[in-house]
Design a binder for this molecule. Sequence first.
Ligand code: PEP
Ligand code: MN
Length: 268
Amino acid sequence: MNKDLKIVKEKKKGFSVKVKDKLIGKDFTFISGPCSISSYEKLLSLAKGLKTIGVDILRGGAFKPRTSPYDFQGLGFEGIKNLFKVGKELDLAIVSEVMDTKDIEKVHDYLDIFQVGSRNMHNYSLLKELGKTKKPILLKQGYAATIKEWLLAAEYILKEGNPNVILCQRGTRNFENSLRNSLDIGTTAYIKNMTNLPLIVDPSHAVGKAKLIENVSKACVAAMCDGLMIEVEEDPSTAISDSLQTLNLDQYGRLVKEVKKLKKFLES
Ligand code: PEP
Ligand code: MN
């Protein structure tokens, strides 16, 4: 392991990141919501359903890193405000991606967790600025980054003085193209074995197909991840982005039940 992973290696067993009343790393954490926020009303209605199922943290993209510049780019700050309002109304913590250093201060007091997206894992200016805050950071693995590069990105944040890093595995790109990305369970187990940073898995962006997400989630739970981030909408066919990998509330409710059952079994 790289000698420059100084602070990553200093993290002690049992380290967790506090978000509202949740200790991520200790308490298994369910994060879910739409890929992109489309409106306040739609988000509120969805979030009510998610809360009934037992979601801990509501996700929603507002600044969207799209591959094509012609695709929907997200509602921007308007979306962050919608997410904040819904989170407040339902007493749910919220997470959203920030792509640009100039937006950090503006959205700082609205979000409970800043997300660094896969495409920005190598954006060192962004990592350094987020490291100067004390907010929890959900740091996604770059889609073509090695584990070492990903952990060094975490080190960038930690080195600036922010101890609250949560890793998020979302699959990487390789020669295989049947699925959106390749989710390596070995990586899940390895990260949990060699670091004490909390690890959330995002099976949605990893496999890209709604019907595979429940089983893949269970595999990640068996590999000892600390939580799951999953894209959900009331009607996935109307999702503005990533509709093919988005679950409906029934599918998500079943997944949560199954994962809880599996956790109990693994702990018994
Ligand atoms: C997301 O979670 O909204 C997202 C864009 O994912 P990724 O950065 O992993 O592609
Ligand atoms: Mn998405």
